[in-house]
Design a protein around this ligand. Sequence first.
Ligand code: NAP
Length: 327
Amino acid sequence: MKAIVRDSYGSPDVLRLEEIPTPTPADNEVLVKVHAAAVNKGDWEILRGSPLWVRLVGFGLMRPKIRILGSNLAGRVEAVGKGVAQFQVGDDICGDILEHGLGAFAEYVCVPEHAAIVRKHANLSFEEAASVPEAGLIALQGIRDKGNVKSGQKVLINGAGGGAGTFAIQLAKSFGAEVTAVDNSEKLDLMRSLGADHVVDYTQEDFAERDTRYDFILDVVGVRSIKTWKRVLQPEGIYLAAGGSVSQIARTLLLGAWISRRTKKKIGVLGVNFNKKDIATTLELMESGQITATIDRCFRLQDVPEAMRYLGAEHSKGKVIIVMSGR
Ligand SMILES: NC(=O)c1ccc[n+]([C@@H]2O[C@H](COP(=O)([O-])OP(=O)(O)OC[C@H]3O[C@@H](n4cnc5c(N)ncnc54)[C@H](OP(=O)(O)O)[C@@H]3O)[C@@H](O)[C@H]2O)c1
């Protein structure tokens, strides 16, 4: 099979298309023919081995242990191990395989059946489904579970024109919130079209200078000070960081715990739990038309290096997707 492999950390230049043996599923695994895979910021970080946490959490200190990137995929089950009970050959599936060694930038990948993979319905394309696992779960667990967003509340989404933000706008609107979406000028129309009530171009205006105070803030960027976030929250408001550097996340955890003890404001970090149930819920919301995937560009497997460069430049609207030719 064809796969995009690498043997060292570095820029997208270290990636190359190679012919390698198609894997054989173990007893508890399914062999998936990948039809589409999302490119996530995590792939960019694991490609570069930076920030440092990537190397410290087991991806390889000096050299990468993982040759094939890609953690969000949609595809068809081609073979099943003899112990597999949940899936059959021919099932269309979608899910996240970050905890199972990645490998979606390839024609085939073996995935344990207990991984965060679920069946996908026929009315969703593979591209749409592949955009869900990481971005959709950040939005779902942020807005619904941790934010407990309710009708009439004021919600701010920082970085709202990217992968997670485009889902988060729609989810917050579906719960009846008044949504302020912050991103750059090129994404304002997109954010309005997804339902944002107010849009802010961060290159032109500082949303924190407005008088509005928010009940819930989902921040996928993580560059503003905790002092700023505290100031723009309602007295019982919640701020959650889903992205940001290691030092920013550490600051959010430390200062957030301090602020949360002394006030009714809650400031913390969203740690996404990749699970079958939430992926299935997000797919159902898409299948019923309540939310839609925002796909910026699709690239072919051999163009993964270009897709990574495109993602690394950080100006994509919604998701960047790899599609397999001849599927
Ligand atoms: N918490 C967890 O468990 C967990 C799990 C997985 C991933 N993550 C993280 O969650 C984040 C997911 O983000 P994503 O996939 O939505 O990323 P994304 O697609 O890159 O979106 C980020 C958006 O933020 C915008 N932006 C950049 N700087 C900004 C600023 N100063 N103010 C407002 N907007 C700004 C970007 O626009 P530009 O075009 O202007 O750059 C982009 O549209 C990533 O950081 C990822 O590492 C967290």
